[in-house]
Design a protein around this ligand. Structure first.
Ligand code: GRF
Length: 205
């Protein structure tokens, strides 16, 4: 019997793309069961796009300011992603909240990685907020995106210690190491094994 075709991933980025890089490296192994078929961004000139190009993956950029309204941007992003027929869409440091058109198209298969242990510290300053609060454990959360800000059903979480004297940069980097491993592990499991979501509980058979 031949192996099933690899699952199709579209990855959305806004910055350095180290999570994207981890996925590009994992998907180089056919046993992983997925390939990155496109990388989308909301801005030009970011390392994430360079990483995609270096791996020979097609890219596209949909900047909010290129569209008259936020809804127009949302619809354009949804349609560009749809062109690549993804099985799973991965937000990996993508700093935009998608809207109704995108969620209507991909809300059942759009995941995001966040650098805090949700529901604590949603938003774009997870490590900074965790440090300021004085927590002793920080981490990362992988979840299905819903219409809220970092509120969707949780797939996996990983904890890292907060150390005395941590700076925001040190904690952010410690979280990112664990976050990348978690992303690779669970994207692989999702695409290879499938999933169900009931009452917010994500189950992988
Ligand atoms: C990740 O830590 C993610 O949780 C946060 O931004 C970071 C993206 O890093 N929202 P990179 O672009 O994948 O290196």
């Amino acid at each position: 019997m031949t192996d099933p075709a690899p699952a199709r991933l579209v990855v959305l980025v806004s910055g350095s793309g180290s999570n994207l890089q981890a996925l590009l490296e994992a998907t180089a192994d056919p046993a992983y069961g997925a390939q990155v078929v496109a990388v989308g961004a909301d801005r030009d000139g970011i390392a994430g796009l360079d990483r995609a190009a270096a791996a020979g993956v097609p890219t596209f950029v949909d900047s909010v300011k290129a569209y008259e309204t936020r809804d127009d941007w949302d619809a354009a992003l949804a349609s560009h992603v749809a062109e690549f027929k993804p099985d799973l869409v991965v937000s990996a440091g993508f700093l935009k909240l998608v809207g109704p058109a995108f969620l209507a198209a991909f809300g059942d298969r759009y995941i995001n990685t966040h650098n805090a242990l949700l529901p604590s510290f949603p938003g774009i300053h997870g490590p900074r907020d965790a440090l300021a609060y004085g927590v002793k454990i920080a981490g990362a959360t992988l979840f299905f995106v819903d219409a809220g800000v970092d509120t969707g059903p949780i797939i996996a979480q990983v904890a890292v210690p907060v150390l005395d004297g941590d700076t925001e940069e040190a904690l952010t980097e410690r979280i990112k190491v664990a976050e990348r491993a978690q992303l690779v592990e669970w994207v692989g499991r999702l695409v290879r094994e499938g999933w169900t979501i009931q009452d917010r509980k994500v189950r992988i058979p």
